[in-house]
Design a protein around this ligand. Structure first.
Ligand SMILES: [Zn+2]
Length: 426
């Protein structure tokens, strides 16, 4: 049976990959094809990228707009939502009849070998892979098998130790000693993202988290090799969902809006996505004055509205979306010599981001430079594909490998196998 594997080292920057720091990922670049122009989405944030990865579609199509977002009620009022909450996708289903507007890999592979997804990020991001309970999902606070909820594990922590434990369980279920495993296994690690949010990029703690995540990948690579030795075809995709930049300052966007005469509430929501902000307005409001105000702010690096929202994969008017702001940033280095410093928007709930530590969400160069390497049929060893690639291309590549079509529900992405932009190893 062919087996597709996707391993995500959450938050890993492309410039962090090296023979010393990430020996397994480095080895994989010799064995597979890497994508030097691989980009994240906007927001460059895990919940949004998880939904894009699962559906092969941009937020404009699947409907999960960001890590923090809004829902527009039937009464025309906005409610601010943290999409990391396990209650968010059920709330979307209650409002729209569907949690996501496009089928996930787990939906598409139900009855065709099935999908097993183990995730150590936020509950909402994990659930975005399989909100319909079509496959197997395991996370610290939620777990299910097809059609049936299960008690979540109590011993998985959001750190390197938790990732290692989760990796062991993943290997047991995806490579069972007896019987057959699923057609697709997704392992989404919490590191190095968690440590990079709490420590400066380039600090010993951040590098240790990167090494630990790379070791988890090494265990999956070894298991994949054993499967290949037994005669099965394996497609292994490994990389990250977004990078990180250093928090240089925190902006209270709600306070800024209030000072400009735009009070946030159920007619206006500014959802902080770290170094980006999604701005929603209730129907009937005129966005012109609001957009002019946002464009005049020195903390706004770029303001995307109307057709510019389409261009970044967002749908103007979705839940009242009027603008996406990428916060101002520059390429200057932090105390550890790591380039990329950005302003971030103060989150609505919880602690503001830590100055000097990592964050993401916007269009910054490092945030938009995640890693992707693919090993298997259609991906020449040591090759580099210089074409455009994003998380929306992963699901089509996985389905092409497994021999499943798009079953009448097309995806926005296309398969990455053997593209003309793939340059053989020198
Ligand atoms: Zn992430």
């Amino acid at each position: 049976m062919p087996l597709a594997l996707l391993v995500i080292l959450d938050g890993l920057r492309r410039d962090a990959v090296s023979p010393d720091r990430t020996p397994n990922l480095w080895r994989l670049t010799q064995r597979g094809t890497s994508f030097p122009h691989y980009r994240s989405m906007l927001p460059s944030a895990t919940r949004c990228v998880s939904a894009c990865t699962a559906t092969g579609c941009v937020p404009a199509s699947h409907g999960l707009g960001g890590n923090a977002t809004a829902l527009l009620g039937e009464d025309g009022r906005l409610t601010a939502w943290d999409a990391g909450s396990p209650a968010f996708l059920p709330a979307r289903r209650a409002r729209h009849g569907q949690a996501l507007f496009r089928p996930t890999l787990a939906d598409r592979l139900a009855g065709h070998g099935g999908a097993t997804i183990f995730s150590n990020v936020s509950p909402g991001a994990a659930l975005a892979h399989d909100p319909n309970r079509s496959g197997r999902l395991l996370h610290r606070v939620l777990a299910h098998r097809p059609g049936q909820e299960e008690a979540p594990p109590s011993d998985i922590t959001l750190d390197a130790a938790g990732d290692a434990l989760l990796t062991g369980r993943f290997l047991e279920e995806v490579f069972p000693a007896t019987g057959s495993g699923p057609a697709l296994g997704v392992l989404w690690l919490g590191e190095p993202d968690a440590s990079q949010h709490a420590n400066p990029l380039g600090s010993p703690a951040a590098w240790a988290a990167i090494a630990a995540a790379d070791a988890c990948l090494g265990r999956v690579m070894a298991a994949a090799d054993r499967r290949r030795a037994a005669g099965d075809q394996v497609l292994l995709l490994a990389g990250s969902d977004h990078g990180h930049e250093t928090v240089e300052g925190v902006v209270d966007v709600d306070a800024e809006l209030a000072a400009g005469g735009f009070a946030v509430g159920d007619r206006l929501v500014a959802a902080s996505n770290g170094s980006s902000v999604l701005v929603y307005q209730a129907p009937g409001e005129d966005p012109a004055a609001l957009l002019a105000f946002l464009r005049s702010r020195d903390w706004a690096g770029s303001v995307h509205a109307g057709a510019e929202l389409h261009a970044i994969g967002q749908r103007p008017g979705a839940e009242g979306l009027v603008a996406a702001i990428s916060m101002r940033r520059h390429n200057g280095v932090n105390a550890f010599g790591i380039p990329g410093q950005t302003l971030v928007a103060k989150p609505a709930a919880g602690k503001p981001d830590r100055l000097g530590c990592g964050q993401h969400g916007g269009l910054g160069e490092a945030e938009q430079s995640p890693v992707m390497v693919i090993e298997g049929p259609g991906f020449a060893p040591g090759a580099r594909d210089h074409g455009a690639a994003q998380p929306i291309h992963l699901a089509p590549s996985i389905l092409a490998f497994l021999g499943h079509g798009d079953a009448g529900q097309p995806m926005d992405g296309t398969p990455l196998q053997a593209r003309p932009t793939q340059e053989p190893a020198a």
